[in-house]
Design a protein around this ligand. Structure first.
Ligand code: MEV
Length: 435
């Protein structure tokens, strides 16, 4: 067995598959057959996927499901959801239908600013630095128009550039903090290109500036967009008179409303609960972020930072009762794109966007935040009434039945039997053996 190799990336795909399966697997032929059985028959399509990343050996499936009946600002949508967890799509569909009979979801984009920063160290006099930045900003911005002009025609571009003094947090640390609008693109490439271009201009300006040179010059460490986007926000909500919530699993509407508010109040103050509460929101958000070819790691990182903005990790959603009206709302930072990146390269992403009516980035922000709120409502509805396991167990049971090779007749009967019996792998195996 050989577990290290020089020049792996230079091998052909077939050679990579051979090397990996021979060196890491007890049954190389089986391991190889599995990898190749996941290749798409359409070579062109497979090549396209191969080229998304490096060292591609095969594909890794995730199911794509849909949740219909979402009404958002009066418009009907069916949401594409890519997720491995059972019950999430069903929960989204249930919440969508429930709220479609109670006025639907309302959604509003609050802001669309994105951020990029040039981080540097400077040991000299602050006033000299401030005046250096002030006198050169227009020139740096003019220079970067070489690459920002196209974005400007689409309504985007650089909105501001400011010097930020961070020396109280870290000696000699400053930054140029830029805000951007990136129209319908997520904008990572655009922002990073602008930042690197400006950083070069800054360096050239320093070389030609005796004052800053005499102060020791500036030491640029890195430039990169920030995935913290607290000024790229969308707000969504559902609301109805308490009595319209209806009886839930024998629970009166007024008690149900009160428990929902209490559940959110707990997640507001208790980080252990807040993380799980927000995880439920992200079940909906991530499923759509992935289906639409957006960067789920960026969204996750930004959302959780936002959930900690008060200094304590807290619930992203709110719930309230005012004058007999129940309201549940959610504000999320979502930096999304509907052009560029994977959006035109991945056929399933294109499909998902078409299913949504080819939304622009702002409309997609609304749709995805609604998916988050729907998921949150559905989770809390189960948690404060019947508990979460009832719904989960049905899907769990199906997974176990599939795993144990049950036929269709056994599955139908088992679903009835396990309505009143506890589900476990052992119990299902026993049931099948005695079928
Ligand atoms: C499970 O994926 C998500 C929940 O735990 C969310 C919640 O507890 O609010 C059900």
């Amino acid at each position: 067995m050989k577990h290290s190799i020089e020049g792996f990336s230079k091998l052909s795909k077939a050679e990579k598959v051979d090397w990996i399966t021979k060196n890491y697997f007890n049954h190389p032929e089986e391991a190889k057959t599995l990898l190749t059985s996941y290749w798409n028959q359409n070579n062109e399509l497979q090549k396209r996927h191969d080229e998304f990343i490096e060292n591609t050996l095969s594909n890794f499936y995730l199911p794509l499901g849909v949740a219909p009946n979402f009404i958002i600002n009066g418009k009907n949508y069916t949401l594409p959801m890519v997720i491995e967890e059972s019950s999430v799509v069903a929960a989204a569909g249930n919440a969508a239908k429930y709220w479609s009979q109670r006025g639907g979801f309302t959604a509003k984009v609050l802001s669309i600013d994105k951020v990029g920063q040039i981080h540097f160290f400077y040991k000299g006099n602050k006033a000299s630095l401030s005046s250096f930045v002030a006198t050169h900003t227009a020139q740096w911005l003019e220079k970067v128009r070489e690459i920002s002009a196209k974005m400007e025609t689409r309504g985007g571009g650089i909105k501001s550039l400011t010097l930020v003094d961070k020396t109280a947090d870290l000696p000699h640390y400053y930054q140029l903090h830029l805000t951007f609008s990136t129209a319908d693109a997520m904008g990572a490439n655009f922002i990073n290109s602008c930042l690197e271009h400006i950083a070069k201009s800054v360096e050239i300006s320093v070389i030609n500036n005796s004052v800053i040179l005499n102060e020791g010059g500036i030491d640029i460490v890195l430039c990169i967009l920030s995935n913290y986007t607290p000024n790229c926000l969308v707000h969504v909500q559902v609301s109805c008179p308490i009595e319209d919530l209806g009886k839930q699993d024998k629970m009166e509407a007024s008690i149900f409303a009160k428990k929902l508010v209490q559940a959110v109040a707990i997640a507001k103050v208790e980080p252990y609960r807040a993380v799980t509460h927000n995880k439920g929101i992200m079940n909906g958000v991530d499923a759509l972020v992935i289906a639409t070819g957006n960067d789920f790691r960026a969204i996750e990182a930004g959302v959780h930072a936002f959930a900690s903005r008060s200094g304590r990790y807290s619930s992203l959603s709110e719930a309230s009762i005012n004058n007999g009206q129940f309201t549940m709302e959610l504000t999320l930072p979502l930096a999304l794109g509907t052009v560029g990146g994977l959006t035109s390269l991945h056929p399933m992403v294109k499909w998902s966007l078409e299913l949504l009516g080819n939304p622009n980035a702002e409309e997609l922000m609304k749709i995805i935040a609604v998916a988050g709120l729907a998921q949150n409502f559905a989770a809390l509805r189960s948690l404060v009434t019947s508990g979460i396991q009832k719904g989960h167990m049905k899907m769990h049971l199906l997974n176990i039945l599939n795993q144990l090779g049950a036929n269709e007749q056994q599955k139908v009967k088992a679903l009835v039997y396990f309505k009143t019996n506890t589900v476990s792998v052992q119990a299902v195996r026993h049931y099948l053996e005695n079928f």
